[in-house]
Every structure is written in C-alpha cells, then in structure tokens.
Design a binder for this molecule. Structure first.
Ligand code: GLN
Length: 542
C-alpha cells in the first residue's frame, strides 16, 4: 500500500480537494487501484451536524456516512464508492482514544497527543486504506500547514514516511502563487514560507502544485525548485481553467502522472483520458443553454449545493446543453411576503424548469409550496428532492384535493391533514448526530411510470437523509386524489418517488439523486428534468 499525502499552504480554498481528486483520477486511469481519505481537523465526529451554509454541503455516502463535500469530488472523479471511514476527523480520533482509555487499553500509561493520538491517526489511515484493497491511497490533509489543529495529522504523515520509506509515501503540497504589480510578477515567497513551515516539522514535499491566475512561468518553477528543494519537473502549475474538469488534464500534460508513478515505483501504463476529455469538451462547449430555477434558502456559498450543480453539469453534458441555475429566494411569511412571492413567480416564469432541493426547518416553506404550485399549474418541469417531494405532496393536498391547511408535522404539528409525518422509528431518537434515515436504500419502481421511463429498471438504490416521510395513513386518499407513487421502499411502506402523469414532468423523490450522479453516468431524475426543460424551451420557440 502506498500513500500520497496532499497538504495545503498559504491559505485555504486553494483547491486541494481538486488536486487530490485529479491525481487520483490520473492514477486510476493508468491502471492503478486508488482510494481516497479526507482528514478534517475539527472536533465534530462527522459533518452531519454542521451548517451547510457555512461549511458547504453535507455529502451522504452509501453506508449513510454524512461527510465532507470533498468525498463527493473523490467519488465523482475516481468513480468509486467510499464509506464513512474515509472521512477522518479529529473528533473521531479523540473519541476512539478516549474510549480505549476508559476501557483500560492504555492501563498504567499517561495518554497523550504524542504518541497516542498520532498513533491512532496512523492506525486509522492504514486500516482504512488496507480495507479498500487499493494500491494507492490519496490522503487529503484538511486545513492549512501551520494551523495548531493540523499538527497531529502532519506528524502522523511524517512518521508514516519514515516507517514506509520514500517509494511508498509521497508528499504533494499545494500553495498559492499570487501575481503582483503592473508587470504581473509571479511571487514565490508565500510558497517558500509554507514549505519552510512543512520542513520545520520534518516533511520535505516531493511535488509542489502552485495555484495561480496564470500558468507558472519557467522562471517561477525554477525559483520554487531552488528554494523549496524540489526538482523543477516536480513543480506543477494549477492555473485558472474554465472548469475544474480540466485540472487533471492540465496536470497530466505537465507530466504529473509519470512523475508520481516513477516516484512510487508503479508500473507504467497508458493513461486513458478519452471520455474525460470528451466530457470536459461537452461541458465547455454546450450547444444550447437551459435555465432551471432552484428555489431554496439563498446562500452565498455555492458549495452548499455543490452536488446539485454537479448533477446539472453531468446531465447537461449528456444532453449537450449547459444548465444555468437561477437562484430564487423562497419568500418568508410575514412582512413583504406578497411582494417576495410576486418577484419569485415572475422570475420563475422565465425559467424552463424548477428544482426544490432538500432542506430542514420551516423558513421559506410556504414560498417553496407556491413555486411548486406555479410549476404544476403552468406545466413547468419540476423536480422535488426530499423536502421538495414532501412539499409537492402538501401542495397537491391543499390545492388539488382541497385539504386546506395540509402540512408536514415538521412545520405544523397540529395540522388536520398531516400528509407528511415523522418516520415512526424517529420518535425514539434523542441524539441528533447520525440518526436520520441515512444512506443507500432499495426502492422498487413501477412499470409504466415516468420514473420507470427514466431508470429503465425496477430495482434502484439511492441515498437518503431524512426524518419525515409521506404519511402512510394518507396514501390511499392521495392516490385516490390522483397523486401517483411510482417508487416505494422494499416493504412498500415508504414512498420514494411521486409524480403527476398529467404534467410534462412533475416529480419528487424522497432520496437524494444528486449524490450518485457521475460525469458520464448522470442521475436519471436530473437528466429527466433537464430534457423536459429543454423540450419546454423548444416548444416556446425561444
Ligand atoms: N426535513 C425533511 C425531513 O427530515 C427533509 C429532509 C431533506 O430534505 N433532506 O424529512
């Protein structure tokens, strides 16, 4: 087993995750079996309890792990399924060490950060990598070199290098190369300083990837090489490109694949990038543009919905179109609601499709319901995800079946028509962390429905993350009212997809299809929405 540690210097947000995914992709496409681990130096045990509007999306894995969004990038780039063990946090490491201490595993010893926490990190990384059966394990070290909280992880990496040797452990350091002044000089000092910091803790990087607005000049690479003690061929330029899909291609052209494979003594093979190149071309040169509104809680952070954007990118590439996402803020009941509603519907009228994503809490729900109503009444293609499905059923109950005040008990515990209710097993839940209905679950799709048309199979596995469901006590009445449930859980109790056959495309799902969308295998429901939106646009003659 070989390890590639990817660290970051100077500042956060340099795209370490993309560099990690890109190197993994290049090795994978050169015949190496690759897996990936993300290390997050925070005390939360997982990302499930963190605010997606601050930290970015919570990504959900097959086994129900609620993890950092970088694992989503690994899955999409490497075309693999990871488990929750692949996201190691300080919280998990400390919890395990403290549990062992209580059990008496360290009896007689003083339990300390060095050696115990560091050893626990080493053990965990090694076990996870071994269990995956991969040849190479990418390990992305979250945080920035120099942060107090990253120290034990860097120390673990240093020790692993010492124990396993240079042909088994490689250090990639990602830094920033700013361009200053009127002449546009590329500055290497921040890189020099962060490498100095790394070397002070005993790590000599083998590869340096410099983030820069422009391609790194030869002289910049030489300077980094000289001052950071790496050969010039080991300095790579990660300059601005139209889409992140280009990053692996960019690094490959500069020779990173060969360099890394030689350094790790991996047998060289052809790197097959044809479909990736074709995918990138389709994303960058679309034949048409289609506008789809997302109605949700506005967030300045694009990362809060990264898998939705990616799923649109995948479907767009398949359909030769670019999906332009129009963010519409769901108005809040109270002062200004009417005006907010009018503005939202005005904007929605100009779009070709509507997506209502998952969500928690009452804020904006009435506005979302109005958006769904507008889409249903005006035959605008609509996809509702999780909360989006639940609100679509509430909307149908209220406005088609005449059940005034119908609601989810999440938002109105006393509603006379609780068409959405808490899952019975959730009533016993007292702790918030990792207790929702999570991860991949099987659903059975009914033939002759829109859902079947899209999936083309009866048995599907999709990832879930919710506490509420369509109320089983209301199924007969909803069905009698014309609402169709086209996919259900294996036991037939939980409704997984709902649709309105009369509409061009009006569909909701209890699961999150965005988590399984892949560049060359787009999520069927997203593809369905995009194609229906394109159809609508064409029929309008625009
Ligand atoms: N709040 C809803 C539930 O818990 C929807 C969750 C979601 O959209 N992920 O069921």
């Amino acid at each position: 087993m070989k390890f590639i540690f990817v660290s970051g210097g100077v500042l956060s947000g340099l795209g370490k995750g993309i560099v990690t995914s890109s190197i993994g992709l290049l090795l994978g496409r050169s015949g190496v079996k690759v897996t990936a681990i993300k290390v997050d130096p925070y005390l939360n045990c997982d990302a499930g309890t963190m605010n997606p509007y601050e930290h970015g999306e919570v990504f959900v894995l097959h086994d129900g792990g609620e993890v950092d969004l970088d694992l989503g990038n690994y899955e999409r780039f490497l075309d693999i399924h990871l488990s929750s063990h692949h996201n190691i946090t300080t919280g998990k490491i400390y919890r395990s060490v403290i549990e062992k201490e209580r059990k008496g595993d360290y009896l007689g010893k003083t339990v300390q950060i060095v050696p115990h926490i560091v050893l626990e990190i080493r053990d965990t990384i090694t076990k996870v990598a071994a269990a995956s059966g991969a040849d190479v394990c990418m390990v992305e070290l979250g945080g920035t070199v120099g942060d107090i909280e990253s120290m034990p992880f860097l120390e673990a990496a240093r020790q692993m290098h010492m124990v396993l040797g240079s042909s088994n452990v490689l250090f990639v350091h990602t830094t920033l190369v700013p361009i200053m002044g009127v002449v546009g000089e590329q500055k290497t000092k921040p890189t020099q300083h962060s490498v100095k910091e790394l070397r002070a803790i005993g790590i000599q990087p083998d590869v340096i990837v410099g983030r820069c607005a422009e391609p790194l000049n030869r002289s910049t690479k030489e300077k980094i090489s000289l001052f950071c003690n790496v050969p010039t061929e080991a300095v790579f330029s990660a300059h601005d490109v139209p889409t992140i899909n280009r990053v692996p291609l960019l690094l490959h052209e500069q020779g990173i694949t060969d360099h890394v494979m030689t350094r790790l003594a991996l047998a060289k093979r052809e790197t097959d990038l044809d479909d990736w190149r074709e995918y990138t071309r389709r994303v960058e040169e679309p034949e048409e543009v289609v506008r789809i509104a997302i109605v949700g809680k506005y967030t300045g952070l694009k990362d809060s919905y990264i898998s939705h954007y990616k799923a649109f990118e995948h479907s767009g590439a398949e359909a030769c179109a670019r999906v332009e996402v129009e963010w519409l803020n769901a108005p809040e009941k109270g002062e200004g609601y009417e005006k907010g509603l009018k503005d939202m519907l005005e904007a929605l009228r100009t779009c070709d499709g509507l997506l209502v994503p998952g969500g928690f809490g009452i804020r904006g729900t009435e506005g979302k319901i109005e958006a769904i109503r507008f889409a249903r009444e005006n035959d605008i293609p609509f996809l509702g995800i999780c909360l989006g499905l639940q609100l679509a059923v509430v909307e149908y109950a209220r406005n088609v079946m005449g059940l005034k005040g119908a609601n989810s008990t999440e938002f109105d515990p006393d509603t006379r028509y609780p068409v959405v209710d808490i899952l019975p097993e959730q009533l016993r839940v007292t702790q918030k962390g990792a207790t929702m209905r999570l991860g991949a679950q099987k659903s059975i799709v009914s033939k002759g429905t829109r859902a079947y048309e899209l999936y083309k199979r009866e048995e599907i596995w999709e990832r879930h993350r919710h506490r509420y469901e369509i109320n089983p006590d209301w199924l007969d009445r909803l069905r009698a009212g014309g609402y169709v449930f086209s996919a259900v859980s294996e036991d037939g109790i939980k409704m997984e997809i709902g649709e309105l056959p009369r509409n061009r495309f009006h569909l909701g799902c209890q699961f999150h299809p965005e988590f399984l969308s892949h560049p060359v295998k787009p999520a069927p429901l997203f593809l369905g929405l995009v194609r229906a939106a394109m159809e609508r646009k064409r029929s309008k003659g625009v």
